[in-house]
Each structure stands twice: as C-alpha cells, then as structure tokens.
Design a protein around this ligand. Structure first.
Ligand code: 5AD
Ligand code: SF4
Length: 583
C-alpha cells in the first residue's frame, strides 16, 4: 500500500475549481522504508499497535472506498458502521482528556463547541488544564499571516510538551483543526511531524476516526470540503452555565469571493442550516435561561434555507440598492428576514443579534423588521473594507462608495438610533494615498460606533494573489492603519458622547474585570456599559430592593463615555418588554 492514500475531489465553482483533500497519511514504517526510519522512543513503544494496525490496513479499505467516501455529499461517520480499518472500540475516546484551544473569529469559537460535542459523544472528556491533556486540538484561523504565525509558534511550545511526556502516560496527540488545516493541508504534516491529525472546518464529525488512526502513531487528515455540511444536528455544548448569551451558527461558507479573502477557500461554499433546527436550538437556549442569541455566519444575511421544497419558488433575492453579487442571483428558499422574524418570536425577552453580514443583503424588509421588533438589537455591522470606489472594485465588493453611503443613510432613516460598526483593510493592492484619504473621509462621514481595522495581508490562492500586486510597503500599511485607528477612535468617542444623559437598557454580564464593585453589561448597540453594583428597585415589584445578577436587564443612565465604553449609574431592574417605555 502506498504511504499516502489520497483522494482529490474537484468541486465545481463557476469558473474556478477548488481542490479538496481527504487523505490518510501513514507513517514511514508502513511504506517500503525500513522500520528503523521511525526511531523515536514514543514511536518504538507503539510498534506493536502499529503492526496490528498495518495488517488491518492491508486488508482494509481500497482506493475505491476513499473515492466513495469523498463523493458522498455528506460523509457522516457512524459509530455503528466504522470504516473497515478501525474498530468501534477504537473510535471511542476511552476517557482520554481533550484540551481545545481556539484562535480567530466567533465562528471558530462555535466550531470548537461543535468539535467538542462530537468528541464528547464518542467518550472523550474535556480538560481546561493543558498539562493533563491526552489530546490537544487547536482550532485555527488563516485570515491573515499573523494568525497563522501564532499557531506555528504555539506548535513549538506544544512540541516541547509532547517530547517531555512521561513514558508511563498515553502519548500526547496534537491536532490542527479549522481554516489552517484546510489551507495548508499536508504542508503542516510535513513541516511539523508532531502534528497527529488535521481536520478541516467540514470534517469535525470525523474527529473520532482521525484520533483512532492517530492512536496507532499514524498521521491522519480529513480536509474535505462539503457542499451541505451545516452540523445542523450537532448542538454545541453550552460550556459556561453562567453565560447570558450564546452564538448560534445559521450558515457556513461564503460565495462572494472578495479578491483579498481566503475564507471561500478554507470554509467552502455557502450553505444554510434548516430553519427548524435553528429554531429548536434557540428554544433550548431560551429554556436554559439565556437572554441573548447572536446568529452566526460568514455571510449571515445571505441565509437561504432550500431544504423545504414548497418554498423553492423562482423569486430572486432582494439586494440592497446599488449592490451586485459576484455570483448568479440566488432564487427561492426561506430567507434571512423570515428566519430573523421566527427567531425573534421564540422569546420576547431574548435579545437577537447577527454577525457578520454583507452590505449587499440588506433589503428593506430586513431593516423594517429590525426597526419594529423590540428584541432585535438596533445594531448593524456593515463591513465597508475601503472608502475608495477604485479599491472596492479591485476588492470585488460589488458596490461603490456612493452606494455604500446611500445604504448607511437609508439604514439610519429606517432604524433611528442604530449603532453601526465596520471592517476596514489598510494598504490593499494598489491603494494610493488618495484612496487611503477616501477611507479616512468615510470614517469621518459615517462616525461608526465600533470598528475592526486590519493591515492587508496577502493570502495565497485568492484572486488578489493571482492578479494583483501587494505593492504597498509594510511600513506604509502600518502607518495608514494607525491613521485609520486614530480617526475611528475620535469619531467613535464623538458618537458615544451623544449618548451621555440617555437611559440605556443593559443586559448584565457580571462584575467588571477592572473593579469588583462595578458591574458590566452591554447596551442594545453592543457597547460595554460599566456601572456601580448597588441595590436598586425592581420595576415589577417596588417593595423589594435587589442587586443585579448576570442575565438581568437593568436601566442605566449614561454619565460618561470613551471610544469603547459607556459609564453610568443604574436606575432599576426591568424587562426587555417594559424597557421600551423608558429608552
Ligand atoms: N488581509 C487583511 N484583512 C483581511 N480581512 C479579510 N481578509 C483579509 C486579508 N487578506 C478582514 C476583512 C474582513 C475581516 C473579517 O477580516 O476586513 O471583513
Ligand atoms: Fe471573505 Fe468577502 Fe466572504 Fe467576507 S464576504 S468572508 S470578506 S469573501
């Protein structure tokens, strides 16, 4: 058997063909190299296991088996029916302790819980103590070079931990999950021999099998991207019982192909989770007493559930005025407005947010719903990326500066008092000083409440990598980024100043990190609000004085602000429904 069994599956993607890998990489001892080529003591210790594994592998799956697995639309390994080269027994976690470490965006935080949910079902235990871990899994991010560098550095530390591991304990297994596994694939296995498993963002159901293979000293990987995996039936485990809010993943992947972005290559095509399973999860969270749900997706407002045929009519999606897509218009299915409406009806005391949206998918009906419904937060993230139409075109964002500004005005008219945030990239390919000043002027014009600003980082595979030149020197990128941050802060401070004297509804999260005598929570616009932890009146029971607890809604009168935080004093405990009369 060849040491590297791999299946390549080309996914059709308009004019582009992306390649996905499902590979099972065996150790040199299984190839025609002499077994002395695997000299580490840990590996020698595992020889017996490996021999047994080799003989099973020899009589195990054929190349056809992998082809079948790869072409199945949704490979869901089943404990009842393991692949022929691992037994049901080996798929079980046998109380091994897993330490999960998350990097990157909120999607990764959610994916960590999905991965954990899969492993928990398979008999693994979770530990928060690195030293007692039998398996360490890093859920990684590839969006910028720096994010990947952090993982490479972390792997060096883990290498030392693995080497020092006592012989008396089971060998430590290390896995790379998520975007970096998907982007770099076998490069990671080649560069870091201490990595045992790789699992791309659509392969978390396969973790028990990958770990079973790793048990015998082999490296194992599944980086196959799926067209329909949404983990709809894998409820993430609510790991923090005191939490007031949770994230609910509603869709995965992205079809936009903005020219700078690696996400479509690491997370694959856009697909949405069925509405019914989303509502079931939100209902469960409401029953657990959670007070806030954030709907999550790479392109959250382009949600389209086509699983129920009766809704698959020929009606095209409404886009924001002046916006276009890089793909053919999507037709039919249950859309974001419908989902948002349904989710917000589950529990009127539960706040609903969503992230991250694309500005193209804000038709009037979404704006109207946000305006009308008390428990949908008046907070919109509207990633602009640049204030220059020329750069926006090079980025393939599908809108001009003018269309974006018009949308901002329209949103502000439709949802008075809305809080706005954005993402910007400094120093994209070909960005001139004039383009940069246009971005500065957009920041001044819009006066965002929150912002996420980044220096451009060229990513292989993207359109910009193939077609454009990363020609803005690093020091210029950083200088421009600094300028954007300064302007953003000045404008956010001004925008937040306007709230001094207002009364805001705050969902209490707990004590402030800086002071045990203060409480901390978030207002409707998702800004942090700090206020003294004192007794207060309960609006529904004026006979008692209460202290606010995590999960309570309180009214806070704002007395001072900075660019990131509001401060004030608490007026009373209330409910979301009752608060509308005061805010
Ligand atoms: N370089 C810098 N920033 C990037 N982003 C996405 N790709 C890159 C890149 N190659 C930023 C965008 C996006 C946010 C999540 O990350 O602003 O909205
Ligand atoms: Fe990346 Fe653009 Fe998709 Fe956002 S919308 S994930 S920036 S390709």
């Amino acid at each position: 058997m060849h040491p590297l069994q791999c299946v390549l599956q080309a996914q059709k993607w308009g004019p582009l063909a992306s390649v996905s890998w499902l590979l099972l990489r065996t150790c040199r001892a299984l190839s025609n190299l002499p077994s002395t080529a695997c000299p580490s003591p840990e590996k020698q210790q595992e020889d017996g296991v490996r021999k047994d594994f080799s003989s099973r592998l020899a009589t195990g799956p054929t190349f056809q088996h992998f082809l079948r697995s790869a072409s199945a639309p949704q490979e869901k390994p089943d404990m009842e029916d393991p692949p022929p080269y691992v037994t049901v027994e080996e798929l079980l976690g046998r109380q091994r302790k897993v330490y999960l470490e998350t990097y990157g965006c909120q999607m990764n935080v959610n994916d960590t819980e999905i991965a954990w949910s899969v492993l928990q079902k398979s008999g693994y235990l979770r530990t928060r103590n690195l030293q007692e871990a039998d398996v360490i899994l890093l859920v990684t991010c590839s969006i910028r070079e720096k994010a990947e560098q952090t993982i490479w550095n972390r792997l060096q530390q883990l290498k030392a931990l693995k080497t020092k591991r006592l012989r008396s304990r089971v060998p430590l297994r290390i896995g790379i999950l998520g975007c970096m596994a998907e982007r770099l694939k076998e490069e990671i296995l080649n560069r870091e021999k201490m990595v045992d498993i790789l699992a791309g963002p659509d392969a978390y159901r396969d973790l028990p099998r990958l770990l079973a293979v790793a048990e015998s000293g082999q490296q194992a990987a599944n980086v196959l991207l799926s067209l329909d995996e949404t983990y709809a039936d894998v409820m993430p485990v609510q790991t923090s019982p005191s939490a007031t809010s949770a994230f609910v993943s509603i869709m995965r992947g992205c079809d936009n192909m903005c020219s700078y972005c690696i996400v479509p290559f690491t997370r694959g095509r856009e697909r949405s989770r069925p509405v019914a399973s989303i509502l079931e999860e939100v209902r469960k969270l409401s029953e657990q007493g959670l007070k806030e749900v954030t709907l999550l997706g790479q392109n959250v407002n382009s949600f389209q559930d086509s699983s129920e045929v009766q809704f698959n009519n020929a009606v095209s999606t409404n886009l924001s005025r002046g916006f276009s897509t890089n793909y053919k218009p999507k037709k039919g299915g249950l859309r974001f407005t419908y989902l948002l409406d349904q989710v917000s009806r589950v529990d009127p005391e539960m706040r609903i947010r969503f992230t991250s949206p694309h500005p193209k998918d804000f038709p009037d009906e979404v704006l109207q719903l946000i305006h009308e419904r008390d428990n949908i937060c008046k907070q919109i993230h509207l990633p602009a990326q640049s204030g220059s139409s020329r750069v926006l075109e090079a980025m393939r964002r599908g809108y001009s500066r003018e269309a974006y500004v018009e949308l901002i005005h329209h949103i502000r008219e439709s949802i008075p008092g809305v809080s706005l945030s954005s993402d910007f990239i400094a120093g994209f390919c070909g960005e001139t000083e004039e383009d940069h000043l246009q971005t500065v002027s957009l920041l001044r014009e819009v006066q965002y409440n929150m912002g996420f600003l980044f220096a451009y980082s060229m990513r292989q595979k993207t359109r910009a990598y193939h077609r454009l030149k990363d020609d803005v020197p690093e020091e210029v990128k950083l200088r421009r980024l600094e300028e954007l941050i300064t302007v953003f802060r000045e404008e956010a401070t001004k925008a937040n100043m306007a709230s001094v004297g207002s009364t805001q509804l705050v969902l209490v999260e707990g004590h402030s990190k800086r002071s045990a005598t203060d409480l901390c929570g978030r207002n409707d616009g998702n800004l942090k609000v700090i206020f003294p932890d004192v007794e207060m009146e309960d609006i529904n029971n004026s006979d008692v004085r209460v202290r606010a607890q995590p999960g309570d809604y309180v009214l806070v009168k704002i007395t001072s602000t900075s660019s990131q935080t509001l401060k004030g004093h608490v007026l009373c405990r209330t409910t979301l429904k009752d608060s509308s009369a005061y805010c």
